[in-house]
Design a protein around this ligand. Sequence first.
Ligand SMILES: C[S@@+](CC[C@H](N)C(=O)[O-])C[C@H]1O[C@@H](n2cnc3c(N)ncnc32)[C@H](O)[C@@H]1O
Length: 294
Amino acid sequence: MKRKIRNFISYLKTNYNYLKHKEVKPSHLFYGQMQPARAVEMLSTLNEQIEKFQSQFGEEQFVFVEIGSYLGESLKLYGNNINKKLKNYLVISIDPYSPDAIHEGNKIVDLINTPKKMKISVHQSKPWSSPAETKKIITKIYHYFINNISNYSFKDKHMHLRMKSENGFFLLKKLNIKIDFCYIDGSHYYEGIKNDYNNFNSILRKDESYEGCICGDDYELDLDKIKDYFDYSKEQFLEFLMNNKNVDYIVLNTKNGVNKKNRIGFHPATTLFFSETQDTIIKSESGFWKKDKT
Ligand SMILES: C[S@@+](CC[C@H](N)C(=O)[O-])C[C@H]1O[C@@H](n2cnc3c(N)ncnc32)[C@H](O)[C@@H]1O
């Protein structure tokens, strides 16, 4: 009941602010999910890249790309920070805001498939952005996103591509745009994360002494650390991941016991993809990841 009241208040505030063209923070539509620890890591990674860029290219244009923007929370964090540090920059966001993109044309089924021999203990939970829920509200989210961005400091150096990241990639490639910083937080399905990483990695700005940064969200579980959580071999867990590479998010009870403290929530497609890539990926507790360039 309390939640219903909170949601109703958030709904009223959102509509009032939207009518006044002010920033909206609809917590009833999952605004406010950014963990402080993740925000710190996101900004320190960005600032490190900006410093490298400035020492190499001085006043040239810094190009930032975000894949998956939702209500614009992470874009606000990045964009306002870039605006403080640089004069010459371009912020590009890519998100189709389409019900079709959420379930990829209904190909995706959010049913967890557990091989019988593994006796995996799934905690049935509702993720904050369950695809079924997001599908219903995504068009409204787009209007709130545009409203919010037009209130931020970087609004006149921002461009939104309302399309799937794959099409955004083809467009940027055709225009020969090279990226200095790419943040991936779009599709949570295997083909999606794999294509985003490989595509956008291929159009980072690179020369002998400089390389653009590629990073993202949703890497909570590293396959190499599986023994810390479960009594399964890496091969067994890999089979579980492959069976579930088109499931958005899974919460499992670990070997340490069935209670809240011992659960781990993760995106199986991200764990699977990063177990396959040849690149070294640095991950943090919050699920933030970046490609190691050293
Ligand atoms: C988790 S939300 C992004 C949250 C946002 N980065 C933040 O932290 O505030 C995921 C977003 O990815 C978008 N998305 C899903 N599939 C996509 C695709 N193929 N290309 C680009 N964006 C996609 C969804 O529309 C949704 O808005």
